[in-house]
Design a protein around this ligand. Structure first.
Ligand code: GCU
Length: 421
């Protein structure tokens, strides 16, 4: 047998083995002690918001950069942007549509990605939900004028994607996840980007944004440098740079939202960039809102083996070794304080550990309290379909791993209550 086949078999057996060992039983969760977000590395106690912002927050941010997602190794500004298409009577004349191309150049390499923006016609300077999509901007809406991405797309027979190329057939195939009429009629804009234009979701560091910031002869990120989640988070911060230049958008009210791996990304982007006014994690699970030490559903090891490109190489050290982590995911939520953050779970999405997602919000709450804000006050989760909305919001809805109208309705309500709209 060829060596490469052996390697592949080994890899597949590791994944199957790890997945077969998945624990879904609360009584089998190992003993663990979470790191205290308010305890400095030198043992000092954080007593006020100023100390949190000046001393403890940077410490935790640095740990997530070095040990989990990987640091973005340099600065890369927009080289140029172009509104490639604009229409003021989109969505049955309810919205303005813009498609904006951002270009980046460095190391003799170029990257471009497109932001599809819908803004409510009757609102000046609209607040905006910013969220990545999985299959291309044209997949989120039934709108024949949305450009089809030329980037690598995951094959999906149902959507007619065969050789990693999107076609007309996938237009509007994901409308169920995007309550666009509701968003627009509630006075919000929606901006979306196909995540594969920023970095294709595969274990290959020769494509996407990474090569633009390589040093001489570098071919992959160093152990503490950015994986794909950090790369996608970078893309969101660049969309924010663009919003600062677009007078039709209220850049002080940009809500970064993401589902699943892109929920992990929205949390990380919200932590990295304080310009995001509000952050939403939809079913983000392991490496997102869920506490890693609970080891229930997906574990750090299973995620790192199946998706070795998402986090930085240093994170592998914590495979089946969660207690060695200097952080846990409640501290990722804490990095967003005092800004509003919403964590959403789904009842059937056990893989993402709904309880662990909830508890992250609960254990981040002492940091919100430093600012006089209310997080989640009980260790008990609320009942299914009964959202709790303080400065930390949470719900577990019925149904599976997905984004539904119910989810969007809560996000709109939460934004209205928390962003003084
Ligand atoms: C897989 C993965 C999760 C991820 C999800 C998704 O299930 O294990 O960590 O959140 O894909 O992005 O859809």
């Amino acid at each position: 047998m060829k060596y490469s086949v052996l390697v592949l078999l080994f890899f597949v057996s590791m994944v199957i083995n790890a997945q077969n060992n998945t624990n879904y039983d609360e009584s089998k969760i190992p003993e663990y002690k979470l790191p205290d977000p308010l305890l400095m590395l030198d043992g000092g106690k954080v007593t006020d918001a100023n100390m949190w912002m000046k001393n403890r927050r940077p410490e935790i941010l640095h740990l997530f950069e070095e040990q989990v997602y990987g640091r973005i190794p340099g600065k890369l500004d927009i080289s140029s942007f172009q509104v490639v298409e604009e229409n003021s009577s989109a969505l049955d004349n309810q919205a303005i549509r813009k498609q904006v191309k951002l270009k980046f150049n460095n190391n003799n390499k170029e990257l471009e990605f497109h932001i599809l923006i819908y803004l409510p016609k009757d609102v000046k300077n609209a607040p905006v939900f910013l969220a990545y999509n999985f299959y291309g901007n044209h997949s989120i809406v039934n709108d024949k004028d949305v450009l089809i991405t030329k980037a690598w797309v995951r094959n999906n027979e149902q959507f007619g994607i065969n050789d990693n190329k999107a076609t007309e057939q996938s237009r509007g195939t994901r409308t169920n996840r995007w309550a666009i009429e509701k968003i627009i009629s509630s006075g919000f804009g929606l901006a979306t980007i196909y995540y594969g234009e920023v970095d294709p979701d595969n274990n290959d560091f020769s494509d996407g944004v990474h090569p633009l910031l390589y040093s001489k002869n570098q071919t992959k990120p160093k152990d503490n440098e950015w994986g794909s989640i950090s790369a996608w988070a970078w893309g969101l911060t660049k969309a924010m740079d663009y919003f600062e230049k677009d007078k039709d958008i209220d850049d002080s009210r940009v809500i970064v939202m993401g589902h699943s791996r892109l929920g992990k990304t929205s949390l990380w982007a919200g932590a990295l960039d304080e310009r995001f006014a509000m952050v939403i994690s939809n079913n983000s699970g392991c490496g997102g809102a869920a506490l890693s030490r609970r080891k229930i559903g997906e574990t750090v090891e299973v995620m790192n083996v199946r998706f070795p490109h998402w986090c930085c190489t240093n994170y592998d050290f914590y495979n089946s070794n969660e207690n060695a982590l200097p952080i846990d995911q409640h501290m990722l939520i804490a990095l967003i304080a005092p800004r509003p953050v919403y964590i959403a779970s789904a009842e059937k999405d056990k893989w993402a550990d709904p309880k662990g997602e909830y508890l992250s919000g609960y254990y981040a709450s002492p940091v919100y309290e430093l600012f006089g804000k209310k997080g989640l006050s009980s260790t008990e989760m609320p009942a299914v379909n009964h959202p709790v909305q303080n400065t930390i919001g949470y719900h577990i809805r019925s149904g599976k791993h997905d984004v539904t109208d119910f989810d969007w309705e809560q996000y709109i309500k939460f934004a209205n209550a928390n962003l003084n709209l």
